[in-house]
Every structure is written in C-alpha cells, then in structure tokens.
Design a protein around this ligand. Structure first.
Ligand SMILES: Cc1ncc(COP(=O)(O)O)c(C=O)c1O
Length: 410
C-alpha cells in the first residue's frame, strides 16, 4: 500500500513509501536514516557531492546570498553578480577560459541546451532557414551513454531501456558502439556532412563507469574536425575534480567544442548546471542582432550561483582535484588485492570514479551493502564507487573493508 503522493525517480511507483530508506541527516561522507543507522556515502549521493555534506562554507555563502537576493531572473535586461561570477570561475577552470557559460539547473537541461546550441550553430554555419533547415542535424550518440531524461537527453542515451515506452523521440540521432573508433569512422564516412555533433561522456558513468579506450577520444576529435561536426563532452559526472583534473577533458587531453556540467559544480547544495562553449561558438552566438531564444526561468539563479562559487572555492582551497587521484590510488590497491583473491573479476575507472566488476548480480550486492552501512550503485555486473572527494582515508578503508567482507561472506 502506498502512503505518499511522491513519485520517485527511477523507481517502481507501486513500491510503498514506507519501504524507502528515509535519510534525515548527512555530514561529510556519512549519512543517517530515521532509525539512527549510519551509512558511508560511497557514491557522493548521486555522483555529485564533491565537498561532502553539511559544509559550513557553502551554508554560510547560501545564507548570505539569501539575505541579499534569493531569486531574480537573468533574461534580458537583468543579471546578477553571483551568476556572472560563477560563469567566470567555471570558464577559468575549463579548457575554454575565453569561452562563454550558459547556466541551468539540471544535467538534463545542460544536455538539451548543448544539443540545441550545436544544431543552432550548424544551422547558422550552413545557411539553414525556418522554411528550409540545413541538412546538418544528426547527433551521434554512444552505446552505454547516459545524458539525462529530458527528450534530448533521453534520445541521446545509449541505454536503450531508458528510451523505450515514450513514443517517438527526437529525430536524426545515430548510435555508435561504446569503444570502436572504426565503427565511428564508418558512421562519419556515411553521414559526415549531415552530422551536427557527437555527444559523449569522457568516462561513461551511469552506463557502467567505462573510461575511454586508448586513443578513442582523440579519434572522435579527429573525426569531428574532418567533418565540421561539433564534439560535446558531457562532463556532468566527470567535471569538478572527479577524474583527477577539473574536467575529464583535461584528464584525457582532448578538448571538445562544448562541455556540459552539473552535479559537482555545486556538490548538490543547490541545483546548478550548464554548458561551456568554445570561443569559436561564442563568436557565432555573438553575431550582431542574433538573439539566443533559449533559457530557463532559473538560469543564473543567485542561490545556485552562490553555492557554486563557494563549492568551487572549497575544491580549490582544499586541493580536492588532486585528492581524487589519491582516492584512486587507494581504491586501485584494494581492488587489485580483491581481484588477486578472486573476489572481483576486474575494475576500471580514473581519479575518484571507479567500478568493480563481480561474478553475479551487483544490484543484489548493492542491497546487501546497504544493510552493511555502505551506499554504492550496483547494476548488472558492476558496482560503482564515487565517494565525496573529502572522504578520509579511514572512511575509504572502512568502505573497502565492507565490500571485501561482503564479497568474502556472500
Ligand atoms: C553524464 C550525465 N549527463 C546528464 C545527466 C542528467 O543529469 P540530471 O539528472 O541532473 O538531469 C546525468 C545524471 O546522472 C549524467 O550522469
């Protein structure tokens, strides 16, 4: 029997509200439910809480902003200081310090914005009109990609179950396999002149934490350059230190034309997301008389911006980008030992974003680990680890010990 009107995300609506775990408090890398049970947050909530829970620096910044201006929009002719400041800060950490930054609230909004801007730029470059759009609309997606659940992101996903059941999605999308650059080259050979953009995560996150195979992202960059197509990196999980650099783009040494971000930009203290666009794209958008007819009511929301600024400052001041690499070293040492002992079949990742692969059902394993006081994500044969970047070595070791003990004891 259900006892709440709340429809949960990615859940069975028939599940009773009383069967959900009610989280009532969080601090650092720890969570507590309404029975007082403590959990280690091994997934930084949903891949986003870089600076840990309950940080006074962020709360103070949000409180100060709230007392000044809670909310006012940034449609023409208005702006606000925090929105401009967070955009500058984000651009300065990215490979496009001279680019521009569009702001939204969710990763899905960021993805839809990037896809629309890509098509817009191509329409403008290739003489498209409302009556006769230029034939440059194809978006290439990758199998296993996850790009959120708005119509654009749903269509851009390479996780087919998430696309099913919604009727017709957005036209002109083509899928390439996860890792095969030759297959990508064939798609470009066939459709190159019609490809507006290719979208990929640097490390595919929700599809199983798949780092790019050697040379793959470089290959995509080359194909896009050769065909006049735009390369979009969806950095919603990879951004803001997660992979051991500010952006996955820097970790893998490949610069896209546009990058989406969300999650770690504000560590979830307020909803904040956006798109960084290169100087070339900015030049296109800055054409005289051009009006960008796109935006959200809460684009540039001052509370979100204030949280983002404080969060980025904490990441900077506490060296959390490099901390991601130290976390990765500790996880790989423990994972190597577990693999040598036959407890796991393998592991993959970078920085503080990893998956362990197991023989058997990782979703079931995830449920057992929650009983043990550890929250991770488990799907098919992979178990994702993505802790807050502030996690202590002691909590990290406790997390890895819990996993090892559960695998040993079944
Ligand atoms: C790579 C990527 N893009 C987009 C999204 C969608 O973000 P949101 O759920 O904030 O809309 C996610 C969410 O996990 C993601 O991992």
């Amino acid at each position: 029997m259900t006892n709440s009107a709340l429809l949960h995300s990615f859940s069975m609506p028939a599940k009773a509200e009383s069967d959900f775990i009610n989280i009532v408090r969080a601090e650092g890398s720890s969570l507590w439910d309404d029975t007082g049970k403590r959990y280690i947050d091994g997934l930084a909530s949903l891949w986003y809480c870089q600076v840990g829970h309950g940080r006074p620096e962020l709360l103070d910044a949000m409180r100060a902003q709230m007392e000044q201006l809670v909310s006012f929009h940034t449609f023409d002719p208005f702006t606000n200081g925090p929105a401009g400041e967070v955009a500058d800060l984000i651009a300065s950490k990215s490979p496009h310090p001279d680019g521009r930054v569009f702001l939204g609230c969710s990763g899905s909004e960021a993805v839809d914005s990037a896809l629309k801007i890509a098509r817009l730029v191509q329409q403008r470059r290739h003489g498209g009109t409302v009556a006769e759009p230029a034939d440059r609309q194809i978006i290439v997606r990758r199998t296993r990609g996850y790009h959120g659940t708005n119509f654009g992101g749903t269509t851009a996903q390479g996780l087919h179950l998430n696309r099913e059941g919604y009727g017709d999605l957005v036209p002109h999308f083509v899928e390439i396999p996860g890792d095969d650059i030759e297959a990508a080259a064939s798609v470009f050979a066939e459709h190159g002149e019609r490809i507006a953009a290719l979208i990929t995560e640097p490390i595919q996150g929700a599809g199983g934490v798949h780092p790019p195979v050697e040379g793959y992202l470089e290959g995509l960059r080359r194909l896009c350059d050769q065909n006049g197509s735009l390369l979009i990196f969806d950095e919603v999980i990879c951004g803001f230190g997660r992979t051991g650099s500010w952006f996955g783009s820097q970790t893998f040494g490949v610069t896209p034309d546009m990058m989406t971000f969300a999650k770690g930009v504000s560590s979830g203290y307020q909803p904040l997301s956006g798109v960084i666009v290169s100087r070339e794209i900015s030049d296109e958008l800055e054409s005289p008389e051009f009006l960008l007819r796109h935006g959200y009511t809460y684009s540039g929301h001052p509370m979100s911006a204030a949280a983002g600024i404080a969060n980025i400052n904490v990441i900077e001041n506490e060296g959390l980008v490099d901390r991601a690499n130290r976390i990765g070293e500790r996880i790989t040492a423990a994972a190597s030992a577990m693999q040598a002992d036959g407890l796991i079949t393998g592991f993959r990742g970078a920085g503080a974003l990893w998956a362990l692969t197991v023989d058997g059902d990782a979703a079931e394993l995830k449920s057992r680990l929650i009983e043990d006081g550890l929250v991770l994500r488990g799907v098919d044969d992979w178990l994702a680890i993505c802790p807050p970047l502030v996690i202590s070595d002691a909590d990290l070791d406790e997390m890895l010990d819990i996993i090892q003990a559960r695998l040993q004891n079944g």
